[in-house]
Ligand binder design. Structure first.
Ligand code: URP
Ligand code: ZN
Ligand code: ZN
Length: 465
């Protein structure tokens, strides 16, 4: 039997190494991986020469917010622009956060987010669901786990959004997710101390003097570290599985390392922006654009986060994509507490990690594939269907040319953002070709996919992780 697509002569990368191999795709799945498949090229409908290039599993971004109401507006990348941007960056699956509003149940939120994605998504997608009602939502967790959504997020801040969970909710959610085969994801920042710090800095004189720098000044590292320590404590005493999202501090990495050594079931992700950017951006004239939550930290944190990826205490790099345009960000009018928080990231995740990680000699290629593809798939219950190049897996593939660099310019990107945190930087590692379940969705660096190709992927967590 022939192949629909045969990728020949490339270097296939996995978390355990590199090898010269051809990849044969039949329908939506990988049908064969090995040398000498090109002898069967005559029977392939399409043959792609990947000589001199890397063939990677499709990237899985486990942390995105598409079309999300937040900070008085709605994030401006939706399932159309967001997944087109993702494809150009070699991302073939996203996991978004369904957030109940008002009296909605967890199932209502999942229905609402499914409707946002349906007919629009160009790549595959899955959901986490967020606990926003401490009385009603914990009991609903087993139901959503059965629906293929085993990961539940609690926010330790955001009382003003109506999203904040207290320690009791975290504790109970860890107990329930443990019994139901789920995992608790936590946004770890110390709410009451953060409230005080914001109050202390929130004066007209301070705002005139420091502007957007107050975003960083009001969130010292201990705001994250204290909350990470507390969440770990609840995981330790309940035996529940915990995943710290968008971890930004060196202290966080130390805490997760120590907890894992004690046998606590905790994993952590960081985001590309925390690895590449630091809080000096807030001194720029447009520094407010970079406001995200948690905020960018110091170069010493960056170094510790890269080290954490090498050491294994940080397992995943995601984006926390939450795009706001210049116009949306302008709502701050000099008051940092009013900046819609978040930035675009899907299109630049792989290029940023490849350029600053692999080319910058901070990560090896297999380590990069571990933290962008295989670990996200394993931890989030998508493995072995996704995250690896192996027979039977979904044919989610990215081809990158290690010699080619691209100047980042928001005007030439698929995201709806009219600015970019990496604007003007030359990055390598943009997808030359991307395949999602066998369908080519990027060719020659251009998006050629279609709305509606993306499908919801139900997930189930492996028992022993
Ligand atoms: O600033 C951010 N990251 N916005 C998205 C919400 C969150 O906390 O992840
Ligand atoms: Zn968060
Ligand atoms: Zn987020």
């Amino acid at each position: 039997m022939g192949f629909d697509t045969l990728i020949v002569g490339g270097t296939v990368v996995s978390s355990s190494g590199l090898r010269r191999a051809d990849v044969g795709v039949r329908g939506e799945r990988i049908a064969a991986v090995g040398t000498g498949l090109e002898r069967r090229a005559g029977s392939a409908a399409r043959v792609i020469d990947a000589s001199g290039k890397y063939v990677l599993p499709g990237v899985i971004d486990v942390h995105v917010h598409l079309d999300m109401p937040f900070c008085g507006t709605v994030s401006s990348d939706d399932y159309d622009s967001g997944t087109r941007a993702a494809a150009r960056g070699g991302v073939t699956t996203v996991i978004d956060f369904a957030i109940p509003s008002g009296r909605e149940s967890l199932n209502d939120a999942l229905d609402a987010w499914s409707a946002k994605a349906a007919g629009k998504a160009c790549i595959d997608y899955a959901f986490h669901v967020c606990l926003t009602d401490p009385r009603r939502h914990p009991a609903q967790i087993p139901g959503v786990v059965k629906r293929g959504v085993p990961t539940v997020k609690a926010f330790m801040i955001y009382a003003s959004q109506g999203w904040e969970s207290d320690d009791g909710t975290l504790y109970e959610a860890l107990q329930i997710t443990r019994r139901a085969g789920g995992m608790l994801l936590v946004h770890a920042e110390s709410a009451r101390v953060l409230d005080r710090l914001i109050e202390q800095f929130h004066t007209p004189a301070m705002m005139r003097r420091y502007g957007a720098r107050l975003h960083a000044m009001s969130r010292p590292n201990f705001v994250e570290a204290e909350a990470v320590a507390r969440a770990i404590r609840w995981a330790e005493v309940t035996g529940g599985r915990l995943y710290i999202v968008h971890m930004s501090t060196g202290e966080g990495a130390d805490l997760v390392r120590d907890a894992r050594r004690r046998g606590v079931r905790v994993a952590a992700e960081t985001c590309a922006q925390y690895l590449v950017l630091d809080d000096s951006v807030f001194s720029q004239p447009d520094g407010h654009l970079y406001a995200t939550c948690p905020q960018l930290k110091k170069p010493a944190d960056q170094r510790r986060l890269w080290q954490g990826l090498r050491g294994g205490e940080i397992s995943v790099v995601s984006t926390d994509t939450c795009t706001f345009t210049r116009r949306q960000k302008a709502a701050w009018k000099g008051d940092w507490t009013k900046i819609p928080m978040g930035m675009p990231g899907l299109e630049t995740l792989l290029p940023a990690v490849y350029t600053y990680g692999v080319r910058g000699r901070r990560l090896t290629l297999p380590q990069m594939v571990a933290c962008l593809c295989e670990n996200p798939a394993r931890i989030m219950g998508l493995y072995p269907r996704k995250g690896v190049i192996a027979r039977g897996a979904d044919a989610d593939l990215v081809i990158i040319d290690p010699r080619r660099t691209t100047l980042v310019d928001w005007r030439k990107m698929e995201t709806n953002a009219d600015w970019n945190p990496f604007q003007g930087r030359r990055l390598a590692g943009f997808a030359e070709k991307t395949f999602c379940r066998g369908r080519m969705i990027v060719d020659g660096g251009r998006f050629v996919g279609e709305n509606g190709w993306g499908r919801f992927v139900p997930r189930r967590l492996a028992k022993n992780l």
